[in-house]
Design a protein around this ligand. Structure first.
Ligand code: ATP
Length: 783
């Protein structure tokens, strides 16, 4: 519980006022303001009471800003040190805060709230405080987010001061009420800011767009109420779990009240009427809230003027609450919805907010009475904390409301868990499927079965068998009785168990043997398999294409399918010389076939190249697959978002119609009640919503929450998947780099050996040197 904090500020006389012989009749002493010499009775017959009347008001702060020479002088900085820092500390703790300036036109509201370029007011100073707070105190949560919006209420219509319409006619925005967040402006632009300069730019932009006009009292009078809202969110760790503290700061510069002047044009009179209407409503709201707070608090008002409803100067609603002069136990109806201003500030006035009011004083005492009344309002500010898995619902008075929220919370948690489980299972299953994926395509007359992993394909002896069996070689595949087939980093090796009969391409294998694309393996006498290595096949296909491109016949006669085990272990080493023949003809002329050592290195280089190429292919295929999948996920997510938006629209329309219906019913009901018993309506609780609408709104909110949650989860999944793909790619690339490195080492070793087998440099004729260079170019061409 917290009382509304009220500050009084007295500005200096304007030049015109000083010229007209005006004087300041209010005196400030500490936290008390005194007004003397009030006319007690201004009857023209002279029989009025001539005694000096003194009225005192107590406030939380009193600022004497009349003369800078005065020791009591309160500068902009002094005001900020009290009020601004209170706003900042409240925001840092996660409270919603509303600071508004009230007063007659020309009394100094805009000066206090916004200030001038030479003398900054509260709003820019508070913004500055938010940013410097982050910089000055690194111990504070580093992850803070600030979003601002700026609106004005002119003639009971809301305009976005930071998003001007292109059309001549300014567009207006609708005010809606969220069942949980309270009233809000639909479509109001929100601007994320990361530094102080950006906020000031937005503030200046909004101020420039605000409607002002000259009045009798003030040349540049603000004709609208302006609300600058800062959404301040801090990421914190609570019990080692990520959590958020969100605070909404409303900084309100109200339009000034003024007496209607018949000499004004029609528009100005309407404008003034609307300003006065909203300020009168604000007065009623403040007065009623103060009374309601008094009903429930044992505290007596310190201020006699505040408790004197008849002399408050504010349209009193006491008649609605009192019965026989004593306050009723029943809470009075608070007419928030009677003006857009009070509706929008509903939460700030008497709700979940810390509220500070700066009353700018000039001439009339009504401002002081207004302010004094506001002091009695007791709010229930609470910290807005968003817990890791869900929002933190708190402090509703209504028990039913609490239960409902609890239910929503539980549902949300359940859904969260289910979604998590489901996602996990789904991704496990998907990963498994992906790993063993077999692509079956219908092509022309037949079907093509394809897989990107090394596998064995059973060659059935039974002519009646019509099925195809694929055995994927994932990591290690152990056939206990026969042989071990290992697949590591794209290299598949078969090791027969001692005594077990294994043949590869018709030759018996007794030691480890590397399997190459297309090898036919026979286990025992009957079981025949064909070994497929898709990545290797892709490399071979590409080479065949290169061969064709440079004039070869594209045949695979060099693919030594029947090569002996040693050759097989070397993998594709014959390719090296074949390719040199194709790509390095120039070097071939004077470059003899290297000796055995060189052959072995060449084979290793070739093998390494194949491996690197495999990896490259693998990365390529992986990234294409990842992209496709992400695209698909994104499309699903977009569709979900679209569906949600449509659903929200339908729900809103439906609620609006329900609301309209309810309003009509209410009017009809009131009319009926009025005709039956004029005082009967006093007994009704204005704040209570009729059950059907309330239920519908709750239901809508519940559904909305669930849907929003599902969306958030889906978004998180896409993000997680993207991250996984990126990680996979990075790992693959790392592997590729390593392969490349060892390839380079092998090459260097090979050339070193070449060098050692050649004659000393002084005996080497020129063309041989060229040939080595040509060999080099041949390799780099391959690379
Ligand atoms: N504390 C102050 N010190 C010096 N000048 C002030 C102070 N307060 C107000 N003024 C000056 O008084 C004039 C009117 O102030 P301001 O525009 O803030 O009034 P306002 O209450 O916002 O008026 P309106 O409601 O018509 O917009 C301005 O010229 C402003 O600079």
């Amino acid at each position: 519980m917290a009382n509304v904090r009220v500050a009084l500020r007295v500005r200096p006389l304007s030049k015109r006022e000083a010229k007209d012989g005006g004087r300041i009749i209010v005196e400030v002493d500490g936290r008390v303001a005194t007004i003397r010499n009030l006319k007690v009775d201004d009857r023209p017959d002279g029989f009025g009471d001539s005694r000096e009347k003194v009225v005192t008001f107590g406030f939380d702060y009193c600022y004497w800003s009349v003369n800078p020479e005065d020791p009591r002088y309160a500068s902009q900085d002094v005001v900020f040190q009290d009020l601004g820092t209170e706003v900042l500390s409240g925001a840092a703790k996660g409270y919603n805060i509303c600071l508004f300036a009230y007063g007659q036109t020309g009394s100094g509201k805009t000066y206090t709230m916004l200030g001038t370029p030479a003398s900054m007011g509260l709003t820019p100073r508070i913004c500055e405080g938010l940013f410097s707070r982050e910089e000055d105190h690194p111990s504070l949560p580093s992850s803070c987010r600030i979003k601002v919006s700026f609106l004005e209420i002119y003639n009971e219509r809301v305009r976005d001061l930071l998003k001007q319409s292109d059309q001549k006619k300014p567009y207006t925005l609708r005010v809606r009420e969220h069942p949980e967040m309270g009233p809000y402006v639909q479509g109001l632009s929100q601007h994320v800011v990361t530094n102080y300069k950006q906020v000031i730019q937005l503030l200046e932009e909004g101020i420039a767009n605000r409607i002002t006009a000259a009045t009798h009292v003030h040349e540049a009078s603000s004709r609208s109420h302006a609300i600058f809202t800062i959404h301040y969110t801090q990421a914190i760790l609570e019990n080692n779990l990520p959590s958020e503290i969100a605070s909404k700061i409303n900084l309100v510069d109200l339009a000034g009240s003024e007496r209607a002047d018949p000499s004004y044009c029609k528009d100005r009179i309407t404008e003034g009427a609307n300003i006065n209407k909203s300020l009168v409503t604000l007065g009623i709201v403040i007065s009623t809230l103060a009374q309601n707070s008094q009903v429930f608090s044992s505290c007596q008002s310190l201020n006699s003027a505040a408790s004197d409803g008849g002399d408050s100067g504010i349209p009193s609603s006491s008649s609605r609450t009192s019965s026989g002069g004593r306050p009723s136990r029943k809470q009075s109806y608070i007419p928030y919805r009677d003006s857009v201003l009070t509706w929008l500030l509903k939460d700030s006035l008497g709700g979940n907010s810390k509220t500070i009011m700066v009353a700018s004083y000039s001439e009339t005492m009504s401002t002081l009475r207004y302010a004094s009344n506001a002091k009695n309002i007791i709010n229930k500010p609470r910290v807005n904390e968003v817990r890791p898995s869900s929002r933190n619902f708190s402090s509703p008075n209504d028990e039913k409301d609490e239960n409902l929220k609890e239910l929503v919370l539980q549902n949300e948690l359940k859904i969260d868990q289910l979604t998590k489980d489901w996602t996990q299972k789904w991704s496990d299953w998907k990963a498994l499927m992906e790993y063993y994926s077999v692509d079956i395509n219908r092509r022309r007359a037949g079907l093509v079965i394809d897989s990107s992993l090394p596998h064995l394909m059973a060659l059935e002896d039974d002519v009646l068998s019509t099925s195809v069996v694929l055995y994927h070689l994932k990591g290690q595949w152990i056939e206990r009785d026969h042989c071990t087939i290992t697949s590591a980093c794209g290299v598949v090796v078969l090791r027969p168990t001692p005594g077990a009969r294994c043949t590869v391409n018709g030759r018996e294998v007794t030691a480890s043997c590397r399997l190459t694309q297309g090898a036919v393996i026979t286990l025992g006498k009957a079981r025949k398999f064909r070994f497929n290595h898709p990545a290797e096949a892709a490399v071979l296909r590409r080479r065949r294409q290169v061969g064709e491109a440079v004039g070869g016949n594209g045949s695979l006669e060099w693919l030594d399918l029947d090569g002996d085990v040693t050759a097989s272990r070397m993998g594709l080493y014959p390719l090296l010389w074949k390719e040199r023949g194709v790509l390095g003809e120039q070097g071939e002329e004077d470059h003899p076939q290297p000796g055995n050592g060189a052959t072995s290195h060449g084979a290793q280089i070739q093998q390494q190249q194949c491996y690197a190429e495999d990896l490259r292919q693998h990365i390529l295929a992986g990234s294409i697959r990842a992209e496709q999948e992400l695209e698909l996920d994104q499309a699903v997510l977009n569709q979900q978002i679209k569906d949600n938006q449509q659903w929200l629209l339908r729900e809103e329309t439906w609620l609006a119609s329900l609301q309209q219906q309810q309003q009509q019913d209410c009017v009809a009901e009131k009319e009926l009640e009025a005709s039956v018993a004029p005082d009967a309506w006093l007994q009704t609780d204005g704040e209570a919503q009729p059950p059907p609408l309330f239920q519908s709104q709750k239901r809508a909110a519940q559904l909305q929450l669930l849907r929003r949650h599902a969306l958030r989860t889906a978004e998180r999944n896409v993000w997680r998947k993207t991250a996984t793909f990126q990680l996979e790619r990075t790992i693959e690339k790392q592997r590729l780099l390593e392969a490349q490195r060892s390839l380079d080492q092998l090459k260097a070793l090979c050339w070193l050996q070449d060098d050692s087998t050649q004659q000393p440099p002084d005996q080497v004729p020129g063309p041989r040197r060229r040939s080595r260079a040509a060999g080099c170019s041949s390799l780099s061409l391959q690379r």
